[in-house]
Ligand binder design. Structure first.
Ligand code: HEC
Ligand code: HEC
Length: 308
């Protein structure tokens, strides 16, 4: 018995030392700064470029759905351009992550960021200080042309003062942040521009790199955001909904939908009041954009999803 107690004592001490070492390492790894390149993006004051950015921001890219907490959805439904003042909080298993104020306010927004710093955040997934951004946004492969348009619109907004709290992590969050969260960057080469038309090629770009259809309609590990399922096969649970399968499998939700039905569904906007899908922003997509996405979804690998 005595010996046993001794062993217990020693394993206890060893464990404590290990845990101590681990928490020191975790603490050390909280603010790792990653060296990432600055894209050569410069905002323009050309009104056509700003207009294009606005169309992307309030349509396919649905920035307002996340970068506002003033019940953006009902304002978007009224066709208003919601100020991108941030402050919406995502309650994750790892803690609270707040969307940032991306109006040009100098103290609480992006007024002091350079164009290249904003572009680097969106493309390479690092904040201005080089720390990793949680991968909520799918814009890593957004073309130079569209990135320029987006940043040109951001610059043209009215600055709004709104102090957003810093992210708050729990113990699990600190550990995940220390070892699992790394900046996500582009895959392959980022295009200078992508031809805007109603083909599957443009649809592929929109569905993956702008509108993030793939991000919700694919199973992921909610702790790290890593993809675990087949692209577009659905099955991800968000806010009590399970995303449907969008692949061309006979068991998919849209297998029998004509192009016209697909477009009309998008024009209807939100049908389930609590759905996380940003239908009211997507409603602003043009018919050509929707045709392109429809055409692309016909070309992805058919997969039997968890639900129709
Ligand atoms: C699905 C939600 C979501 C969408 C859509 C979204 N964002 Fe974000 N964005 C976030 C979150 C969450 C953060 C903060 C992440 C973090 O702190 O790790 C963020 C951070 C940022 C940052 C970094 C700010 C900083 O201080 O480092 C910029 C810039 C930004 N978003 C711009 C945009 C733009 C422009 C769009 C649309 C083209 C957009 N976001 C769409 C959720 C979103
Ligand atoms: C933020 C997560 C999210 C994003 C982004 C998203 N979806 Fe969804 N989608 C959902 C959820 C959840 C549902 C099920 C609830 C509903 O119908 O609103 C859904 C449902 C659907 C449906 C079935 C609608 C019906 O009436 O049967 C289609 C079609 C669809 N999504 C297509 C898309 C396409 C195309 C995109 C990209 C342009 C996209 N989704 C982006 C979460 C998302």
């Amino acid at each position: 018995m005595k010996r046993f107690k001794k062993i217990l004592k020693w394993t206890g001490i060893v464990l404590l030392l290990l845990l101590g070492g681990l928490s020191a390492t975790i603490a050390m790894r909280q603010n790792i700064q990653y060296d990432r390149p600055y894209p050569a993006i410069t905002a323009s004051t050309d009104s056509a470029v700003i207009q294009k950015g606005k169309h992307i921001i309030f349509g396919a890219a649905h920035c307002a759905d996340c970068h506002s907490k003033a019940n953006p959805d009902s304002l978007i439904a009224l066709g208003q351009d919601v100020p991108l003042t941030g402050g919406f909080v995502f309650e994750l298993p790892v803690g609270k992550v707040y969307t940032k104020n991306i109006t040009p306010d100098k103290e609480t927004g992006i007024g002091n960021y350079t164009d290249a710093e904003i572009a680097r955040a969106l493309r390479y997934g690092v904040h201005r200080d080089g720390t990793a951004i949680f991968d909520f946004m799918p814009f890593h492969n957004m073309s130079d042309e569209d990135m320029t348009a987006v940043i040109s619109y951001l610059r043209s907004q009215k600055p709004v003062r709104n102090e957003v709290p810093g992210n708050e992590f729990n113990m699990l969050g600190y550990a995940v942040k220390a070892f699992l969260i790394k900046p996500v960057g582009p895959e392959g080469e980022v295009p200078g521009s992508v031809k805007v038309d109603s083909t599957a090629n443009y649809g592929k770009y929109l569905a993956n790199n702008v509108a993030n259809c793939v991000g919700c309609h694919t199973e992921r590990d909610m702790m790290t955001g890593a993809f675990t399922g087949e692209p577009f096969a659905g099955g991800l649970e968000i806010d009590g909904f399970i995303t449907p399968n969008l692949t061309p499998d006979p068991g998919s939700r849209i297998y029998n939908w004509s192009q016209e039905q697909f477009i009309n569904r998008f024009k209807m906007g939100k049908l389930h009041p609590k759905t996380p899908m940003p239908w009211n922003s997507f409603k602003r997509m043009s018919d050509d954009e929707l045709k392109a996405i429809y055409a692309y979804l016909k070309t992805v690998k058919p997969v039997k999803g968890k639900i129709k």
